[in-house]
Ligand binder design. Structure first.
Ligand SMILES: *[C@@H]1O[C@H](CO)[C@@H](O)[C@H](O)[C@H]1NC(C)=O
Length: 288
């Protein structure tokens, strides 16, 4: 009996720390960058909402810059008629030869599917689009969108299911994002000139404001870049540099899940767009 009580006394603060950690804190990790009050941090900084109306969208960015990481965010997309709206959630570095890892969610009419658009830029060059439908309604609840970025690969996942892998193919001459720290950005904006059915369906402003919500940001396994130094190489955390996510690859279940998504939910792959690349597909497409 005594030992159970002792155990509980020891466990409760641990659990509490754990929950606090997982829940994150939007005030600590992010700053609202634009939208004139349309972006809000709510519920003890556990929730962030972006909104869009006819006058403006809104956005936020991370306070930290990261060089590699496993970064999760739960997002609930604009419900109802979201046609014409785009919710972008991405990592990006600065400058003319920037690197970028993109999730973009293209809204749709009520009941019609969102498109999840992805892209990878290295040294200022993108043109690596892959698009997907989702196997659930992304507006009904929060779902976890993750980026694993280590020196060997970038893996995009949805609720733990990998949907896309971009491997480091520097040995084949394809630049890979690995030298420029990136910040996390997100924004909700109007793109009805192209987003829904290629621009055919316009935003219905009578439904404004449109709102997307964020919670449970987790970058506990990420290397923060500050003043030219990585938190992962600091001597105070010697074990972090050998953290498993830094060399993580897809196991056989992950590869199977990836194939399942690509077979059933992928609606565009630049690597199969021969019309677009008449001179030959990009190098990374022919080596995977
Ligand atoms: C919207 O719905 C239409 C019809 O089902 C579909 O063709 C399109 O891919 C959907 N998504 C977007 C973003 O246009």
């Amino acid at each position: 009996m005594a030992s159970t009580t002792t155990l509980l006394v020891l466990l409760i603060p641990l659990l509490w720390i754990n929950v606090a950690c997982v829940a994150g804190n939007f005030n600590k990790d992010f700053q609202i960058t634009w939208g004139d009050g349309r972006a809000k941090i709510l519920n003890n900084a556990n929730l962030l909402t972006l909104s869009l109306d006819k006058a403006s969208g809104s956005g936020f960015q991370s306070k930290n810059e990261y060089l590699f990481g496993k970064i999760d965010m739960q997002i609930k997309l604009v419900p109802g008629n979201s046609a014409g709206t785009v919710t972008a959630y991405y990592l990006s570095s600065k400058g003319g030869a920037w690197d970028e890892i993109d999730f973009e969610f293209l809204g749709n009419l009520s009941g019609d599917p969102y498109i999840l658009h992805t892209n990878v830029f290295s040294q200022g060059k993108g043109n690596r689009e892959q698009q997907f439908y989702l196997w659930f309604d992304p507006t009904a609840d929060f779902h976890t969108y993750s980026i694993l970025w280590n020196p060997q690969r970038i893996v995009f996942s949805v609720d733990g299911t990998p949907i896309r892998e971009f491997k480091n193919m520097e040995s084949n001459g394809v630049p890979f994002p690995k030298n420029q720290p990136m910040r996390i950005y997100s924004s909700l904006w109007n793109a009805d000139d192209w987003a829904t059915r290629g621009g055919l369906v316009k935003t219905d402003w009578s439904k404004a404001p449109f709102t997307a919500s964020y919670r449970n940001f987790n970058a506990n396994n990420a290397c923060i870049w500050n003043g030219g130094k990585s938190s992962c190489k600091s001597s105070s955390k010697p074990s972090a540099s050998s953290a498993s996510w830094l060399s993580q690859q897809l196991d056989s279940t992950g590869q199977q899940r990836l194939r399942w998504v690509q077979k059933n939910y992928m609606i565009y792959n630049y690597c199969s767009d021969k019309k677009r690349f008449p001179q030959g597909l990009p190098v990374e497409c022919t080596h995977s």
